[in-house]
Design a protein around this ligand. Structure first.
Ligand code: GLV
Ligand code: MN
Ligand code: MN
Length: 401
């Protein structure tokens, strides 16, 4: 199993790797994503699994004939900009290896089993996370999705068409949803709770509600040398104070708030910016807190804008409500996995989106530093193998009932 894990991992390792920093840039429907999709297809074929692509571009590899009540497991292969190797791919690799493990142990499923690769989980290219599962479940309007643009102004519809996929079919996929009896996503832990608990594997209890807001500050572009400070309408100033305010507001509320992406127009060293566009990501244990935090940050941004003659606009781009995984299933899996600890997470997942429609659960694999969305993201090989075995036990349990 260790050799096979290492082999699959080595196949994925070069795809989308950035030269500087060693992280990954694997974005929906780009050349690297297409290589990953081809890799998925090859893995399925090597195992005599039948590949089906649903209306939204999610890839399914079937052991058995697709039918309602199937057990589906998988994750995603795309990454954040400069992301780690494990967030997403660990769940897909583990799913294929769990199929191998079940077969080597002579398990004959009484229901179909599928490995799933959800398209565009991170939303790195088109701004909306979990695009594939949101479209599949119908929580995202297909018309809105088709019109989403990337940094170069390319729409999702154009990107899909250029990749040879059909954007006209996007939308809630009833047959595909009906197939899923239970969905299990294995994922690298994105925090360090399991290290402190001394456990290689955990089971998810909940996902914090979270969302993304685009904050735009419109000022007056001008000359950096000749414009007196008193005459400036510099959007960088209210933006800077909003970043600091967001930290204070989140801290007081027991939430988190992050500005991790900013675009400065036009972005010249000797040019006072015309506009700053920045994306706020905020999360908290409950939805009211997220709403309150964003409201306060918006009010402080507007006040700062007024002080500097800058117009401020804050608009929601996406929101994911709180997810509480089915207690019965979660506890069943924890018992099955010898009392694996049950823990919540602040990270979003396709399993969270699917949980609104079908019974879903998640397994976490210990991450020694807790670092994620960065090249330092890691899980020890022994823990990855423990993850495959845990997933295999869970799948055996589910396909046999
Ligand atoms: C995805 O990993 C997210 O939590 O944004
Ligand atoms: Mn992620
Ligand atoms: Mn992920």
């Amino acid at each position: 199993m260790q050799r096979e894990f290492a082999r699959l991992w080595a196949e994925l390792a070069p795809i989308g790797r950035c030269d500087a920093g060693g992280g990954y840039s694997r974005f929906a429907w780009n050349a690297e994503d297409l290589q990953l999709r081809a890799w998925f297809l090859a893995q399925a074929r090597a195992r005599d699994l039948t590949v089906d692509t649903d209306r939204n571009g999610n890839q399914w590899a079937w052991w058995g004939t697709p039918a309602p009540g199937a057990v589906v497991t998988g994750s995603h292969l795309d990454s954040v900009p400069g992301g780690g190797a494990f967030d997403g791919p660990l769940g897909v690799v583990s799913a294929f290896l769990a199929v191998d493990d079940l077969r080597s142990r002579g398990v004959h499923p009484t229901r179909p089993l599928a490995v799933l690769n959800c398209v565009d989980e991170e939303g790195a290219r088109f701004g909306t996370a979990c695009l594939g599962s949101r479209l599949l479940t119908g929580v995202l309007d297909p018309e809105h999705a088709r019109a989403l643009t990337d940094h170069d102004g390319i729409t999702l519809a154009e990107a899909m068409a250029a990749a040879g996929a059909d954007p006209t079919t996007l939308g809630r996929d009833e047959p595909a949803l009906a197939w899923i009896g239970t969905f299990i996503e294995l994922h690298v832990e994105q925090g360090r709770a399991l290290v402190d608990l001394g456990a290689p594997i955990g089971v998810a209890s909940a996902i914090w509600p979270h969302g993304r807001w685009k904050c735009s500050f419109h000022g007056q572009g001008n000359h950096a040398g000749t414009t007196a400070l008193a005459d400036r309408r510099d959007p960088m100033l209210p933006f800077a104070s909003t970043v600091l305010a967001a930290r204070d507001v989140a801290e007081q509320a027991g939430a988190v708030a992050t500005f991790g992406r900013v675009r400065i127009d036009p972005g010249g060293t000797n040019v006072i910016a015309s506009a700053v566009h920045a994306w706020l990501d905020s999360r908290a244990p409950d939805e009211d807190t997220v709403a309150q935090v964003v409201k306060e940050i918006t009010a402080l941004a507007e006040q700062a804008g007024q002080r500097h003659g800058v117009e401020v606009h804050v608009g929601a781009e996406s929101f994911s409500p709180i997810v509480t995984f089915q207690e019965e299933l979660r506890d069943e899996l924890s018992v099955l996995l010898d009392g694996a600890p049950v823990l919540p997470t602040g990270a979003g997942h396709d399993a969270g989106v699917l949980a609104a429609c079908v019974p879903s659960a998640m397994l976490f694999v210990r991450n020694p530093t807790g670092i994620s969305h960065h090249p330092a993201e890691h899980a020890e090989l022994a823990d990855c193998i423990a993850g495959v075995h845990a997933l295999s036990r869970v799948l055996e349990h589910l396909v046999s009932r």
